[in-house]
Design a protein. Structure first.
Length: 380
């Protein structure tokens, strides 16, 4: 028998998830804009809950610095949200507007954003917030999630994240822009990857990319249900392989590939399983590109349109660093206080600045991401 919450609970949910205006939007930090040579690049943005604030920092610095011109973007889950914020800003006002869009969204999504209690709890759970809050409402929601699906506990199919995204993004402007944009989701029926190109990107497509199946109902688009894109592509790189003239892709990766100790608690084990699961599609895709490069180097594969557009891609990567202090733990992925977001934002800006200082000259010339050590370790 399907659980049916009482009518009063449904009414409470509708009120609790209602609309409010965020307060105190964060102004982007001034950055000295470079006036020298500019190079073109594609960005691939990984999903990873609240750690997406690190990607916000990376994007904020790249947009302010001005040395890299963004030709295309791909994103999954939190990476998809960051991507549409940038696409909206670039379409409506350029890099500074994109910085404003990002800052306003992360301020609104934070604990200090003055969201209604129900919307706050749902967004925290999507960001994998810690369970340090022992309030009766948090305990009730966690208990219900153990035994009931989103179809039982959320009969009105209320999705607070969609409302927040629609507030900040003009999807007509995004679809009308000239940025090559791709959002990844997972087809529930067959488990395959679905990539939404710019012309098909809507709030529903973004929600499909960020749909955690134990929190939200599957998002149906044209009769097909979709879950979080991280299960099939986190993020996708191959669309940049076939589309556009820019052959450099910068991956912003926020799920760690390696850990130095064995997880022991149930929380740590589940977190590491998620990290491995959500990194696997990206690693497989990168290794496939490495193989293509090797075949080109050996003369066994000739790049060009007669080989289905095969070409060499120059790959680069910025990774969320291990900094300790509670920022690289399972609990940190659902801390949504604004101070935490700001700290991740600063880490992202610092990482982007370091990448530009060390590797800007390589963009357009050679890859700076070398997967050979990882492949060699697997063969031992």
């Amino acid at each position: 028998m399907t659980f049916q919450p009482p009518r009063a609970l449904g009414q409470w949910l509708a009120q609790a998830f209602g609309r409010r205006q965020p307060k105190g939007e964060h102004a982007p930090t001034p950055v000295k804009r470079h006036t020298g040579p500019r190079k073109r690049i594609n960005l691939a943005l990984q999903g990873g809950g609240a750690h997406g604030a690190f990607t916000w920092g990376v994007l904020d610095h790249l947009l302010a610095d001005g040395r890299l011109v963004i030709d295309g973007m791909s994103g999954t889950s939190a990476g998809a949200i960051n991507a549409v914020m940038v696409a909206d800003g670039l379409a409506r006002g350029g890099p500074e507007e994109a910085r404003q869009r990002l800052a306003a969204f992360w301020r609104a999504a934070s604990l200090g954003g003055d969201l209604p209690v129900g919307q706050r709890l749902a967004i925290e759970r999507m960001f994998k917030v810690s369970s340090s809050d022992d309030s009766p409402m948090r305990i009730w929601m966690d208990a219900m999630a153990r035994f009931l699906s989103p179809y039982d506990i959320n009969p009105l199919n209320i999705n607070p994240l969609k409302e927040l995204i629609e507030k900040f993004v003009d999807f007509d402007a995004v679809r009308g822009g000239d940025l090559a944009l791709y959002i990844a989701a997972t087809n529930v029926f067959n488990g395959e990857l679905r990539v939404f190109p710019r012309a098909e990107i809507t709030a529903d497509a973004v929600m499909a990319s960020a749909c955690l199946p134990f929190l939200f109902r599957a998002v149906e688009i044209d009769g097909v249900p979709y879950w979080d894109g991280g299960y099939a592509g986190n993020p996708v790189v191959f669309p940049h392989f076939y589309d556009g003239a820019t052959e450099d892709v910068l991956i912003v990766q926020i799920n760690p590939v390696a850990r130095q100790r064995t997880p022991r608690s149930n929380r740590e084990i589940m977190s590491r399983v998620n990290e491995i699961t959500f990194n696997a599609p990206l690693l497989a895709e990168l290794r496939a590109m490495e193989k293509i490069d090797a075949l080109i180097d050996d003369g066994k594969l000739l790049p060009g349109p007669f080989n289905n557009g095969v070409r060499r891609m120059r790959l680069h990567r910025i990774v969320l660093p291990h900094v300790g202090g509670g920022f690289d733990t399972p609990r940190s992925k659902l801390k949504t206080d604004y101070e935490f977001f700001q700290t991740l934002h600063k880490l992202g800006r610092r990482a982007a600045r370091r990448f530009l200082d060390e590797h800007f000259d390589a963009v357009g010339e050679r890859s700076t991401l070398d997967l050979r050590p990882e492949e060699a370790a697997e063969k031992v």
